[in-house]
Ligand binder design. Structure first.
Ligand code: ACM
Length: 540
């Protein structure tokens, strides 16, 4: 293969932006070189072919055809369905298709019927109901590539599949030569509706640009829920206009004494919209009644003794609680839930509820039940960590399992659906091995294989497939400071979790997965992702 290298120096993402029709927005000679050095006469590259095309998560079914489809600078991308959403998905696919100087990406994307049939077609087809709301079909023949789906999410996931079939360098090099894709027919849909990751932006703060980069990575693996842990003992991270000290004071700290930080409401709304465009719903969490020292330091009235607490920068848990017997606490909860809910189109609000060691069981349950009423009054469905199952729950309340020894009995008895986040399998802040310098080890070491090789339907006695919404991998940040740190702990394990959430259990095999995952290291390198080069994976 003969790659033409070039692009903005700032980041691989910027290089991609340079390659769009907005090339003039990228200043400097590096940006221009992308355009000038590209030639449609370059040789055709044939992507290496690991099992099942190296696609993660593994599609439901893949059938090899005969021949190849060549994709290059003259390839047009057409879409049917006409919506702005589908047009955006087509433009997103265009980011990963080779360009030349004469044909900017944007001019190759057009509604169907505008010109002669395009070689790539994205087609909304409401009749494909058997694929569910997120499934898709992909047909690649020597004559073209067609992605069909009953809804836009499926088309977006089809594009992620195509992206993974193209060489890793497309993530970085906007002017890659012509590429041949093996003829293939794929039919795909997810096992679970909840395929999530959680970022703890409280112990250390992660700015909006870093969260967007993480969202981009989630999208590549067809994850669809981003749970933001927005408050904890060490920091309050979202502007609440009716309680401004929460960020003025509570946002000013972090584990180890760093400067903290917070999202303005406008920044949070922008993150929510950015995620939504990639079919990811943001789930906000304000942890209560425990894990609240940042709030207790910001407002004296939230403490039963009326005295504000000092800021906390350590790593202990379980010592803090809102005062559950005063009305000012419930006014506070109502205001916080109301303001955040108004910024959050998704249907969920997470109240935390974990690790409260200073309240009696009845006081804790009474608090959770009142918080549940408040959340419902603002039109949201409540989620809480598994401790909330001891309270009286509304059947729409969702219980998130994290403690490896917890039982699901109380949640199932109350008709709750479950999100599975077993700490000893999918806590991405657990060390990979004794040699991992970042992370914690209280739930044991979590290897890539540990994160991969388990069946959600067999995790909790009494919790059948029907009661399980899906899986979510939390990334707690006591020891993580930079985005590099987060990436190191997330990759490759987040890809393993994504496959556990998407692909049928009967088709999942560790040996097959590690062979497919092996091709992803080069892609992560091209994207500038600081992944852990686990010895479990035969990296290519
Ligand atoms: C948790 O890890 N305390 C939910």
């Amino acid at each position: 293969m003969n790659f033409t290298r070039g692009g903005c120096k700032t980041s691989s993402r910027m290089a991609l932006l340079c390659s769009l029709a907005t090339v003039q927005a990228c200043s400097g000679p590096a940006a221009m070189r992308v355009v000038e050095e590209t030639s449609a006469a370059e040789p055709v590259g044939v992507a290496a072919e690991p099992p099942d095309g190296g696609i993660v998560p593994l599609p439901l079914s893949t059938r090899a055809g005969s021949g190849r489809f060549t994709i290059g600078p003259d390839t047009e991308i057409q879409f049917t369905g006409g919506s702005a959403e589908v047009a955006w998905i087509a433009a997103h696919l265009a980011e990963f298709v080779p360009v030349d100087a004469a044909t900017p990406r944007s001019t190759r994307v057009m509604p169907a019927g505008t010109r002669a049939a395009g070689a790539i077609t994205l087609a909304l087809d409401p009749a494909l109901t058997s694929l569910g709301t997120e499934g898709y079909q992909l047909s690649i023949t020597p004559d073209g590539l067609t992605a069909s789906a009953p809804g836009p999410a499926g088309l977006f996931y089809a594009v992620q599949t195509v992206r993974q079939m193209l060489p890793a360098d497309i993530e970085q090099i906007s002017s890659l030569g012509r590429q041949a894709l093996a003829a293939t027919a794929i039919e795909d849909r997810p096992r679970f509706v909840w395929r999530g990751a959680m970022l703890d932006v409280s112990r250390h703060f992660l700015g909006p640009a870093d969260v967007k980069r993480f969202i981009d990575m989630m999208a590549l693996y067809k994850l669809n829920r981003l749970h933001l842990h927005l408050s904890d003992d060490q920091g309050w991270r979202i502007e609440i206009k009716s309680w401004p000290n929460l960020t003025a004071r509570g946002g000013s700290s972090a584990v180890g004494g760093g400067p903290g930080g917070f999202y303005t409401q406008a920044q949070y709304a922008d993150l929510v919209a950015y995620a939504a465009q990639r079919f990811i719903t943001v789930v906000p969490e304000i942890d209560m009644p425990g894990h609240t020292n940042a709030a207790l330091a910001s407002y004296a009235e939230l403490n039963c003794d009326g005295r504000a607490r000092p800021l906390y920068t350590g790593m202990r848990v379980g010592f803090s609680s809102l005062c559950t017997t005063t009305e000012s606490t419930y006014r506070f909860v109502d205001d916080v839930v109301r303001e955040i809910s108004a910024l959050t189109p998704g249907p969920w609000f997470h109240i935390g509820g974990d690790e409260v060691k200073t309240l009696s069981a009845p006081s804790y349950a009474a608090f959770v039940e009142r918080a549940q009423t408040i959340v419902r009054s603002h039109g949201k469905q409540m989620i809480g960590w598994d401790e909330i199952a001891g309270a009286a729950l509304h059947p729409t309340t969702i219980v998130q399992y994290w403690r490896p020894n917890a039982t699901a009995r109380d949640a199932i008895r109350q008709g709750s659906s479950l999100i599975l986040s077993p700490a000893n399998k999918v806590y991405l802040d657990m060390k990979y091995s004794p040699a991992t310098s970042l992370g914690l080890r209280w739930a044991g070491y979590v290897t890539v294989r540990t994160a991969y090789e388990w069946d959600p339907a067999r995790l909790l006695a009494g919790a059948s497939e029907a009661s399980i919404l899906g899986i979510e991998a939390p990334l707690w940040s006591e020891t993580l400071v930079t985005l590099d740190d987060y990436e190191y702990m997330a990759f490759p394990r987040l890809a393993a979790v994504a496959e556990a959430a998407w692909s049928p259990q009967s088709e999942r095999r560790w040996e097959d997965f590690r062979a497919r995952l092996a091709t992803h290291g080069a892609r992560w390198s091209a994207m500038g992702i600081n992944y852990y080069r686990s010895e479990e994976i035969p990296w290519r």
